[in-house]
Design a protein around this ligand. Structure first.
Ligand SMILES: [Zn+2]
Length: 609
């Protein structure tokens, strides 16, 4: 906020599109932060005194108090998180955040661990009796059932409490160290030292294949050696800890805990992997072959995968006011209710748009419920005016409307949809906006622009579906290993899963200078998180395609209900009104159909140019 703005943002109209965080605190020095933290700690101590050992009779009151603790804790930590993302190097914010995080995890470990553990053990008949007499209990039954489902996997309270208190010194703090080490990496390229994101950017913007190949070579060499050893050690630690804990908690296989959290049956997860490994891989091969034809390169080098296409010279940038107007129009065309929520997020300054030095990279949306019982959503962007940026805006605002609708309907404990559904509103909003841009490009009678837009979207889809599933196969092999893996073992597995999804070396791609790239994927530190992206993308494509089978208003009603459900229902139950079932293998083929259709259009258009 006190930083100098780069000149480009002035023409983009992003300079005044900044967050208003006054619903939290006046500023980082606001004494209310310390006062709230003290109140939170006091409330946590009181919570244990009031409710420990009493859940068979006082469940409703305990849930209400738990929600208030959650909301107050959210207010403090989310404020610090949002402040930090505006300036990652702000030492005052970082120090405060560190200190409070320590207090929070100590207090939570000591006074709050009992709650979910005890709740998991409350006999069903006591829960049912309280649900009959108490509205809060009745309303939170889906949440209670989710916790009770974990009963067979819980350890005793002493162990759970020790694990909770120890957590901040374990893998999560190592993970922060890994991130810092990764941020320190520099790569010599064309006479300069580049950081990782600058170097990877070359792969997306350089027009010459040889420059991209050199960038990948430098990247791969930079990861090799010490960083790959650090990364291998990290993965071995994560896998080893998980194997021991999974055994103690009696999870039948490495993905079981994640699938349970995601509310996705094991066979649906397996069916997704199977569909992507077969049909998805075939579509990817077709897409990259077309890309190679447009680029005039065969076979493609791995460094050409995200290469820019030589279709559009002198691309015009889209200003932020233009972009938000376009997104509002796209949302309006589909659902006036959603459009109204998006407009209010813009009016209330819940979007932070400009790219500014020190700001967190990429984009995100943070949904939360603040005291008392009001849902909010904050969207961070690094808006530079490309069509990709417009779709990112539509995507993040989709998360925003989802968070607001679910927060209003379900409250703090059931606001966050499980991962499989967390991408529904975002991908949906992005698809609606993409089709808007596509229509606009067809009207402008500019086939190059239209083809560039379609190829961009297809590339994104391939990266979300196929690439994330290749990551997931990598994790599956790594977690199944009965012994420690060496750097060369990881390289070998990486190559095998890449060939499984992208074809044998030399057919579609040449995999030169690719062997150490597993070392920089931070998602591997959150086991089996990645398949959720592919699950969400294909699920939403199926849903998007289902629109045609319903009337406009009928579909909108069903769709808004789905968003309002938050985490109160699983995917199977939520998709039923649409006539869809994610546990059936052909469900995933349906999700791949829109990709097939769009690819067909792109192939036809390319052959005419
Ligand atoms: Zn998203």
């Amino acid at each position: 906020m006190h930083m100098k703005k780069p000149t480009t943002t002035e023409t983009l109209g992003t300079e005044d599109i900044r967050w208003d965080l006054s619903c939290f605190y006046n500023d980082i020095s606001d004494p209310q932060i310390a006062a709230d933290a003290a109140a939170w700690e006091k409330a946590a101590v009181k919570f244990e005194k009031d409710f420990k050992g009493k859940l068979t009779t006082r469940l409703g009151k305990s849930i209400q108090a738990y929600i208030e603790l959650d909301e107050l804790g959210n207010k403090i930590m989310s404020y610090l998180f949002l402040k930090k993302s505006l300036n990652e190097t702000d030492e005052e914010v970082k120090t405060k955040m560190d200190a409070l995080q320590k207090v929070f995890s100590r207090v939570a470990g000591e006074h709050l661990t009992f709650f979910e553990l005890e709740l998991a053990q409350v006999p069903k008949k006591y829960v049912a009796a309280q649900a009959k007499a108490d509205k809060t209990v009745a309303f939170h039954m889906p949440w209670i059932k989710d916790i009770q489902k974990r009963k067979p996997h819980l350890l005793n309270e002493t162990v759970e409490s020790a694990l909770a208190k120890r957590a901040m010194f374990g893998p999560s703090s190592w993970d922060r160290f890994y991130d810092e080490e990764e941020a320190l990496l520099t790569f010599p390229f064309e006479g300069k030292l580049l950081d990782q994101s600058q170097l990877l950017n070359v792969l997306e913007v350089a027009q010459e294949s040889s420059r991209r190949a050199e960038a990948l070579k430098v990247f791969n060499e930079g990861l090799q050696g010490n960083f790959a050893r650090l990364s291998a050690e990290t993965l071995n630690m994560i896998v080893g800890l998980k194997q021991v804990e999974d055994r103690e908690r009696k999870y039948p296989h490495p993905m079981a805990a994640r699938n349970m959290d995601n509310k996705i049956p094991d066979d649906a997860v397996a069916a997704l992997h199977e569909a992507i490994a077969t049909e998805g891989a075939r579509l990817a091969a077709r897409y990259y072959t077309l890309k190679g034809r447009i680029l005039g390169i065969h076979p493609l080098l791995w460094s050409d995968r995200n290469a820019p296409l030589p279709l559009e010279k002198n691309k015009k940038l889209i200003s932020y006011p233009e972009a938000i107007a376009l997104v509002l129009e796209a949302y309006e065309s589909f659902s006036p209710t959603l459009c109204r929520i998006v407009a209010s997020m813009a009016d209330q300054k819940r979007i932070d748009a400009p790219r500014i030095p020190g700001k967190a990279s990429g984009a995100f949306n943070a949904p939360l419920t603040l005291p008392w019982h009001t849902p909010h959503c904050f969207t961070l962007l690094n808006y530079l005016g490309t069509e990709r940026d417009v779709m990112t805006l539509a995507h993040e605002l989709g998360h925003g409307v989802h968070g607001i609708l679910a927060g209003e309907a379900q409250g703090a404990l059931m606001q966050q949809a499980p991962i499989a559904l967390a991408e529904t509103a975002s991908v949906f909003g992005e698809m609606t906006t993409f089709n808007f841009l596509k229509k606009r490009a067809s009207h402008e009678d500019s086939p190059e622009k239209l083809l560039a837009l379609m190829m961009g979207k297809l590339g994104d889809m391939a990266n979300t579906a196929v690439r994330q599933i290749s990551f997931s196969f990598f994790e599956q092999e790594v977690h199944a290993s009965p012994r420690r893996l060496s750097v060369s073992d990881f390289c070998e597995i990486w190559r095998r899963v890449t060939e499984k999804l992208y074809g044998k070396d030399g057919t579609v791609f040449v995999y030169k200078n690719h062997e150490y790239l597993w070392a920089y994927i931070p998602h591997f530190h959150t086991p089996f998180y990645v398949y959720g992206y592919a699950f969400g993308e294909l699920l939403t494509q199926s849903l998007y395609a289902a629109q045609d089978r319903f009337g406009k208003e009928e579909f909108e009603t069903l769709y808004l209900d789905l968003l309002r459900a938050g985490s109160s229902k699983g995917p199977k139950e939520l998709l039923k009104p649409f006539g869809l079932d994610p546990t059936k293998p052909d469900f995933w083929k349906l999700g791949l159909t829109p990709i097939d259709t769009l690819l067909g259009e792109a192939e036809a258009l390319a052959s005419k140019l």
